[in-house]
Design a protein around this ligand. Sequence first.
Ligand code: HEM
Ligand code: HEM
Length: 185
Amino acid sequence: MQPLHTLPTTQTSSYAPLAVVLHWTLAVLIIGMIPLGWYMMEIEDDPGSAWFFNLHKSIGLVLAGLVLLRLLWRLGHSPAPLPASVAPWQATASKAGHWLLYAAMIAMPAFGIIGSLLTERGIVFFGIPLPSVLQANHDLAELFFEAHSVTTWILIGLVTVHALAGLKHLLIDKDGVFQRMWFSR
Ligand code: HEM
Ligand code: HEM
């Protein structure tokens, strides 16, 4: 396979339909996973909670695959520069924010997957038990789940600022930046 850094880089004025579909699909899945995670922790000791844990892990695995696909696509496609009306500090903040969002989108499922593989229960993907590739280790699993829990708040902070910035472009600046991540301009 061709090394990533030699993949051709294309520049377009708005994101490609694939990037837009992945952005909004992932936004819905990631935001939905947070209340699901909190809910299953609430009912952790109840009979039937395993169904919710398995659902969370299964959706999380699909989501992790989509994040990887999105990251691969992104490494080969740079977005066009923002309009000149966007202040340079805002353009820098936007770029930094987007890479932090990618980092959180990778870290979040990675901590969940590793933590789960370190438990006796492992991962059951929509009814199919996945091979336990790691030896169960309760203390280490707890460490990864703690990181999973802390990253939730980092993700919430980043997404809140990001969504507010997006809405500011749409409703106040009306500069077409929001439409870059939509299907028409
Ligand atoms: C972006 C994706 C994900 C989000 C937003 C997310 C969100 C959450 C949240 C909010 C919690 C509750 C944390 C707490 O209150 O302590 C949680 C717990 C948990 N998540 Fe995820 N999760 C994601 C992906 C995954 C994946 C891929 C797996 C495993 C395959 C996973 C496995 C778990 C497990 C096992 C717990 C319970 C941890 C414990 O017992 O302390 N999560 N998740
Ligand atoms: C979990 C939720 C979300 C995540 C993880 C996320 C992540 C990202 C990332 C990483 C980018 C950069 C795309 C790239 O260059 O590859 C981006 C762009 C964008 N996002 Fe989100 N996003 C989320 C939710 C939202 C929401 C709710 C809105 C709307 C209010 C929004 C509006 C936008 C817009 C308008 C862009 C394009 C910005 C530009 O043209 O530079 N996003 N998002």
